[in-house]
Structure formats: C-alpha cells, structure tokens
Write a protein that binds this ligand. Structure first.
Ligand SMILES: C[S@@+](CC[C@H](N)C(=O)[O-])C[C@H]1O[C@@H](n2cnc3c(N)ncnc32)[C@H](O)[C@@H]1O
Length: 204
C-alpha cells in the first residue's frame, strides 16, 4: 500500500497551484465575457446607426479588383470600412512599395484585420480604428469603398472637400448620385449572389 506523507511544503505548493489555476480560469472567463460584450455592443451600434454591416468582398472578385486598381510605389490607398482588410491585403501583396490604410469602426473586426495582416507578414498595411466620416483622408491617392448606398452619398461631400489631386475612388456596387463614373467594371465569377457585381471608378 502506498502512503503519501503530506509535508507542509507539499501542501503549500498544492494550495498555490490550485489558487493560481482558479485565478487564471476567472481571468479567462472575464476576458471572454468582456469580448462578448464588446462584440454585442458593436453589433447593436451597427443596427441602430443603420450603417453597413461587415460583409466580405467575395474571394472570387479579389483578383479582378487588384487588376483594375493601378497602384504606383509611394501611393496611399484607403479602404473606408475595411472589414478584415482582405482587399488591402490582396493589393498590398501585389504592391509592396505603396501604403495601405484601412479604416474600421468595429473593435473585433479591427482585431481580426490586424491578425490577418500579421499572418500575411505585411508591413505596409495599417488599420485605423475609427469613423470613416471623421478620419482625414487628405493624403489618399486611391480609395476603395463598399458601404451602403446612403453612406456612399453621405461621404461624397467629404471626398469632394478633401480629395483635390486626381484621386481615384472605387465604389463596389453603389454609384454616387449626381457624379459620373469614369469607368464601370462588370465583375464576373460571383455565383448566386446579387452583390459584388459592379465596380464604379471615379476621379476626384
Ligand atoms: C460591406 S463591409 C466591407 C468590408 C471590406 N471593405 C471588404 O470589401 O471586404 C463594410 C464595413 O464598413 C464598416 N463600417 C460601417 N460604417 C462605418 C463607419 N462609420 N466607420 C468605419 N467603418 C464603418 C463595417 O463595420 C464593415 O466592416
């Protein structure tokens, strides 16, 4: 028969171990709860403000977008409402000497974008957490948008105010009211979806 003698040292180590595990478990669940609350708050805010939810530009058209957008070294490309930054990541891989800036208001989507950029090992993509109506875009050479039609028209005065040097703006699916595009591209390959079919190109 095995007999363990419970020395005071062993008992102290046992209590310390149990205590540490308890603290870790509690911290883990508190962080999980906080993350869940932040996510619910984000979702609620999107619903209340009726702004575009996070929907990804379909993979099938990413290559086509990257083909249409001509970028030179030194250019600064914004995706206003960048989601998980997949459009910027695609462009950044192809254009390592340009800078790509994503603006996104949802915390958890920003975190996801940041992780994807790290995973892709890119140093030329920056995510700015904030409101696309408020952030200065005066240094942009190109802008990509995929937001609701009412948002596209709400941001138009800002674009006209801040973009003055032949900046190219692309809007997926939704054209501006009262402004003629310089080109409209039909995107093929998106099956069974009524979105991500047309890319409107504008010059400001
Ligand atoms: C349709 S998704 C497009 C995502 C990404 N551009 C893409 O093509 O995959 C629109 C994104 O805009 C973000 N958004 C909506 N309103 C915003 C605002 N006022 N400021 C910043 N981001 C916003 C949403 O959270 C969402 O991620």
């Amino acid at each position: 028969m095995l007999v363990f003698s419970l020395t005071p040292e062993y008992y102290a180590a046992y209590v310390l171990y149990n205590h540490t595990m308890l603290v870790f478990t509690n911290v883990f669940f508190i962080l999980l709860l906080l993350g869940l609350c932040a996510w619910m708050l984000d979702q609620f805010q999107t619903l209340v403000t009726m702004e575009a939810p996070w929907v990804k530009t379909p993979n099938e058209v990413l290559d086509q977008i990257a083909e249409k957008i001509t970028i030179k070294p030194g250019d600064i490309v914004y995706d206003l409402g960048c989601g998980d930054a997949q459009v910027l990541i695609q462009l950044a891989k192809k254009n390592p000497n340009a800078t790509f800036i994503g603006v996104e208001k949802l915390n958890y989507v920003c975190a996801l974008a940041w992780l994807k950029i790290k995973k892709a090992g890119l140093h030329n993509v920056i995510i700015k957490k904030g409101d696309l109506y408020k952030l200065s875009i005066k240094d942009a050479t190109h802008i990509y948008l995929w937001i609701y039609p009412q948002m596209v028209n709400k941001i138009l005065p800002k674009l006209e105010r801040e973009l003055t040097q032949g900046v190219t703006v692309y809007s997926m699916d939704f054209p501006f009211h009262g402004k003629d595009p310089v080109a409209v591209y039909d995107l093929s390959g998106v099956k069974n979806k009524s979105y991500a079919r047309k890319l409107f190109e504008y010059r400001f």
